[in-house]
Ligand binder design. Structure first.
Ligand SMILES: Nc1ncnc2c1ncn2[C@@H]1O[C@H](COP(=O)(O)OP(=O)(O)OP(=O)(O)O)[C@@H](O)[C@H]1O
Ligand SMILES: [Mg+2]
Length: 253
């Protein structure tokens, strides 16, 4: 069966204005397609536009309207560019999970409450939310840290709390910006195996930004960026694992 596109972005551009005439062309026209059930890594040097692209794919920022070709962004076949903010927020809350590069945990809330907040946004509250949040923290090995506020967690624990928050609603798409950036190699392999398990068991689509070639190699495909572009547009597919589930899965199965 031919793969179905879950995300399709065309002519995605983003220019940041820094006051005066200073601008930064963070994205200079990116075309990218992510298929349903794929686990894709986005790699590239610092400043190449990876986070900017993730924020656009995750409906957190809109692509620039462009003077040239119009940007397009389709999620599940549906146009996202013309949607109002309310509908974008609703889709993001119910269908997507986002792991931010700097975690974005609410400092006044405990880890459990941070995860429950994602449930709340998706319309799940009360005991159901508490149970789901506990399970998600358990999955990332933080069952005994639910009552800690972010400042009372290590960097790696904060990262795992952010991953629990992204996974709690079992979203069809998880976008994770450096989800293993603060983890040692053992924890990194565990988190990767967990993400792959969700990918295999729930058909969840995963897009990960990473600097780590090992993480890239564990994904089905690597999209490489440079200077705001996908390098080698003709063949964004650089690596495709021959095995659908890498060995790492066995470690947690
Ligand atoms: N809010 C902003 N205002 C101005 N410039 C920005 C802003 N966010 C990002 N940039 C610039 O846009 C470019 C792309 O940034 P982006 O954060 O997407 O890079 P990245 O590939 O994620 O880098 P890293 O690997 O360091 O996280 C960089 O040159 C950055 O300085
Ligand atoms: Mg970044």
């Amino acid at each position: 069966m031919a793969p179905t596109a879950l995300l399709e972005g065309t002519n995605l551009r983003k220019t940041y204005r820094l006051g005066g005439h200073t601008t930064v062309d963070a994205l200079r026209g990116v075309d990218v397609t992510i298929d349903q059930g794929e686990m894709v890594a986005i790699m590239g040097p610092s400043g190449s536009g990876k986070s900017t692209l993730m924020h656009i794919l995750g409906l957190l920022h809109a692509p620039d309207p462009n003077h040239g070709p119009r940007p397009e962004l389709r999620f599940d076949g549906r146009d996202m560019v013309s949607l109002g903010e309310g509908e974008r927020t609703r889709i993001r809350a119910r269908r997507m999970g986002f792991v931010f590069q700097d975690f974005n945990l609410v400092p006044t809330l405990t880890a459990l409450e941070n995860v429950m907040l994602a449930c709340d946004y998706a319309g799940i509250r009360g005991a159901a939310a508490r149970t789901a949040a506990r399970e998600a923290l358990d999955l990332v090995g933080l069952a005994d840290r639910g009552d800690h506020r972010p400042t009372e967690l290590s960097g790696g624990e904060q990262q795992r709390a952010a991953i629990a928050r992204a996974l709690v609603n079992r979203p069809s798409l998880v976008l994770a910006d450096e989800p293993t950036g603060n983890l040692d190699s053992e924890r990194s392999a565990e988190v990767l195996a967990l993400l792959r398990r969700f990918n295999v068991e729930h058909g969840q689509t995963l897009v990960l930004v990473t600097h780590d070639e090992e993480v890239g190699a564990a994904c089905d495909r690597v999209v490489r960026m440079r200077d705001g572009r996908v390098r080698d547009q003709a063949a964004a597919v650089i690596v495709r694992a021959t095995e659908p589930a890498p060995r790492a899965v066995a470690a947690v199965a």
